[in-house]
Each structure stands twice: as structure tokens, then as C-alpha cells.
Ligand binder design. Structure first.
Ligand SMILES: [Fe+2]
Length: 286
């Protein structure tokens, strides 16, 4: 299948036109598309009138799916789909104090999906079903480009450092729990390298975000200053692509080389429904 590629910024993001994801891609096309994805970290595939089954099928061409195991965020009867939405199952607005809304709110912090897991996610794919008239963009930062831009002495300082990631650190201000006790106990803090070597490209990337709680062997304050400083560095405009959603957009990103964050919109007036599938990582990072 022929497709065209347009870079969205110099450092991150490409748009692919000419694909129809209602049908499986043939292996040769899939290999070419995957190369574009690996090179650009984030790929936008617009105008895809796909349903959940078709999104799941395409995501399985990327890799085996990860189930997030947080029932409050999964679509009833379709655990592969994470509803990134301010709407209930009848597409009515949820109140801002709803537990799910509180959890969603913290997706506005820069993060890599599932970095709080021992085997974190490889990829995420978000498909836009309902979008607000203004706001609600998603921003993506290329963590490999950000790593490469660091000074040599900082790269040396980061060599061999290990960070602790913890979902309940990034959600520490959520007062009403949206999770069951079993779901909470299933997510203990986990360890990942601060600089990750990409298993497919070999490129090295920073791997810290809002789920990163501390740095092993470092005083708390020093570790926090390092984590926050690296996130601030990596999310400068030169490393970032900000996506304004249109209905039908499928955005597919590499969690091994990108941070992302949701941007605000008026959740009390405007509806948004994005459906996410998550592709599992292939093994532990250490
Ligand atoms: Fe996310």
C-alpha cells in the first residue's frame, strides 16, 4: 500500500496519509510504517473511521496488547480499550469530582504510559471519537533527542542511575480512590534506568516522568531536583510536538522514547472521547 509521510516538527512527529486501518496492513507496508514510527517516535494517522475491533487489530500488528487492569478506566466488555474521556457509558459528562475524572486529571503531567510497571508499555495508540471545539491537545516530547542534547558531564552523571517509578506517587493528590484494593496491591513501586537503550533502534533516551518518584542512592531532594530538571529539559519546545485532535485521528507513540501529557479543556461543558489501546513491552528495562 502506498502512503506518504510528512514530518510535523524537526525533532518529533510525522503524519502518515494514504493508509486505511479498517483492513490489516500487509507485512511489507507494516514494516515500512513501523520504521517511520521508530524514526519519529510519534505518528499521526488521520481520517480513520475505525471501531474498537479495528483499533485492537491494528494495535496487535504493533505487538501483544497490555491490559491496564484498572477496571474504572476500561470499557465495559472490552478490557483492551482504555477510555480517555470525560464521558460516562452514555456519552454524558461526568462530574469533575468523579474518581475517574480525578485520575484523568493527572494525565496532564508529563509521563510515559505504564512506566510504573515492571515491564512497561511499548506503545500507546489513541483514536479520537469525540473532540472538544477548543483545547484538549496532547503534547509529546522526544526523550532520545532530549538525551542527545544533554551536556557530556550530565550524560556521565546519569550513567548507571536507577529510578523508582510508582503510580501512587503521580496520583498522590487523588483523594477519592478509583481503584480496588487488589488493583492497588498489584502495582508496587518498580525500578528502571534513568537512561534507557531502545531495544529496536539502539538509541538512548531519558526515561523519567511524573511516575518517577526517586533516584536510588540519592538523597530525596537531590533526586527530586534531578528528575524535575530532566523533565523540564526534555519538554522544551524544540523536543515537543503538540497534537490538536480531529475526529478520526489515530496517534501512535513509542513510550520507550517519548513523554506525553494531556492539555486542559473545559470538562464541564465540552465532551471528549479518545479510545486507547496499549502495546505491551517485551521485557524488563534492567
Ligand atoms: Fe498517558
Amino acid at each position: 500500500m502506498d502512503f506518504t509521510v510528512r514530518k510535523l516538527t524537526p525533532n518529533v512527529g510525522a503524519e502518515i496519509s494514504g493508509l486505511d486501518l479498517r483492513q490489516p496492513l500487509d507485512p511489507a507496508t507494516m514494516a515500512e510504517v513501523r520504521k517511520v514510527w521508530l524514526d519519529n517516535v510519534v505518528v499521526v494517522i488521520p481520517e480513520q473511521p475505525i471501531d474498537d475491533e479495528q483499533q485492537i487489530a491494528f494495535s496487535r500488528q504493533v505487538g501483544a496488547l497490555e491490559l491496564i487492569n484498572m477496571s474504572a478506566l476500561q470499557m465495559p466488555g472490552r478490557p483492551e480499550i482504555y477510555g480517555a474521556t470525560n464521558l460516562d457509558e452514555n456519552d454524558e459528562l461526568m462530574p469533575p469530582d468523579h474518581p475517574v475524572m480525578q485520575v484523568n486529571h493527572d494525565n496532564r503531567k508529563w509521563h510515559s504510559d505504564s512506566s510504573f510497571k515492571h515491564v512497561p508499555a511499548m506503545a500507546s495508540l489513541l483514536h479520537a471519537r469525540i473532540v472538544p471545539p477548543v483545547g484538549g491537545d496532547t503534547a509529546y516530547a522526544n526523550m532520545a533527542a532530549a538525551y542527545e542534547a544533554l551536556a557530556d558531564d550530565m550524560k556521565a552523571k546519569l550513567e548507571g542511575l536507577v529510578a523508582v517509578h510508582n503510580f501512587y506517587w503521580s496520583r498522590r493528590n487523588v483523594k477519592v480512590t478509583a481503584f480496588t484494593q487488589a488493583e492497588t496491591s498489584a502495582l508496587p513501586p518498580t525500578r528502571h534506568p534513568v537512561v534507557r537503550r531502545h531495544p529496536e533502534t539502539g538509541r538512548r533516551a531519558l526515561y523519567v516522568g511524573s511516575h518517577t518518584e526517586s533516584i536510588e542512592g540519592m538523597e530525596w531532594d537531590e533526586g527530586r531536583a534531578l528528575i524535575d530538571g530532566l523533565i523540564e529539559h526534555a519538554t522544551q519546545p524544540e523536543f515537543v510536538y503538540q497534537h490538536a485532535w480531529r475526529v478520526g485521528d489515530l496517534v501512535w507513540w513509542d513510550n520507550r522514547a517519548a513523554l506525553h501529557c494531556g492539555m486542559p479543556f473545559d470538562i464541564t461543558r465540552h465532551k471528549r472521547r479518545l479510545h486507547r489501546t496499549t502495546v505491551a513491552g517485551t521485557g524488563p528495562t534492567l
